[in-house]
Design a protein around this ligand. Sequence first.
Ligand code: UDP
Length: 471
Amino acid sequence: MSNSTSQDHHISSESPHIVLFPSPGMGHLTPFLRLAVIFASQGCLVTLIKPQPSLVSDEESKQISNFLNSHYNINSLEFHPTILNSENSISNLHYSFINQVKALNSLILCQLPSFLLSLPKPATALFADFAVAASLETVSSDISIPCFLVCTTSARCYSTVAYLPELISKISKNPSEFEIPGISPVPRSIIPPSWLDISYSNELLTTYLIPNALSLSKVSGILLNSFTSFEKETITSLMEGKVLTSLPPMYPIGPLHPYELDQIQEHDYFSWLGDKPAESVVYVNFGSRTVLSDEQTIELEQALKRSGFPFIWVFPKSSFDDSFVERKDVEGFVLKGWANQPGILSHPSVGGFINQCEWNSVTEASKEGLPILAWPQHGDHKMNAEVVKNSGLGIWVEDWGWGGEKLVKRNEIEARVRELMGDKSLRAKAKKVAKEAKEAWEGNGSSKQALYGVLELLIQQQQQKKNHHLK
Ligand code: UDP
């Protein structure tokens, strides 16, 4: 499956000029890069505003360079170098999400209007991240082009965040679940406690979640990396304006096609996987930022060994001590750093995915029909895990709690690994999800139609601009 369609156009002077402004963090950057490929395939001129080097990890910088080196049709530009104040100094930024967000927003406020004016060809629309919604509202009169947001999480989580200012007002009643119009109630237990902590010092809420949630109504539309059949109730309600009447139009255009799949290179782990029977290998990856405790890592490793299924386990670069080293043997391939995840997920030998439910990973598994054992750790993970469970893509043991809340023992994990790999009905349901993901991008599929909706809007904008200049 590819998200580019048979109606691909060629760039002309009338083509819309899309400017993409991703936020730092691999989970935020990835959908923007994938979107860049789709817009370019549709004949748009695409400019990527590269995140400031001091705001991104080495791996993100590497991904951006690799991406641009293999996509010559996508332009890239950077904001003027900025001297960030000491609070936002480079060493802090890699560790503090809030400081990253603050730095990003100061860039928008100080530089975005003049940056857009200086582009060789005027921009038709800007696509940015939720993290800058409030700043975009502040500068909207100076930039005078439509701004869209790219939602990097599930529709379920997006609805909860959009409704968060309301939920906060009900927190004193101590509810066990929250009613949100048009969607099934959201259990309090799946919302991270920090999102509901109304203390003045909680900057996650006061600087990030609330101001941006309140500005959602001011953007021209939301592009969602999900597809209607995957989150039917939530997406339908959002599109019908049932969740909040003030929300802008929603365009569910997922699952976005990983460009990485078109450029799979040979790696040791692909030849290791090649020797294994079909659907026999468990793939474990808790994302680029989550690190399990040493005790939990040992329990999981023992569970995998006892289950008898070979496993491939990718650890973030920063994690694990010398006692848990990179290795390759019959039972497992353990590596540290970066693996081509979309390539591994699509490999025929891989039969199950143990993951914390960051949204890109979930959408990638949905596309492959690969069952997930959801093990949420923090942030939006539990809301996404709910989608995984309800759609039939995987299993989620709610009792395991948030990351680090309790030590899940090896026998309990082993039983779930066996279920993940052995339950035929689970595999069939996951395959059905993949079929629906494919259909969303075929013929009159919902994601393809949503993309055309956005493109039509952009072409209209372009036309209006031209008419305006002719007057
Ligand atoms: N990823 C990868 N190799 C890795 C780890 C992650 O290719 O070793 C990719 C993964 O396929 C996904 C993105 O990086 O596209 C991570 O986004 P996600 O939202 O799943 O998790 P996060 O990194 O934000 O925790």
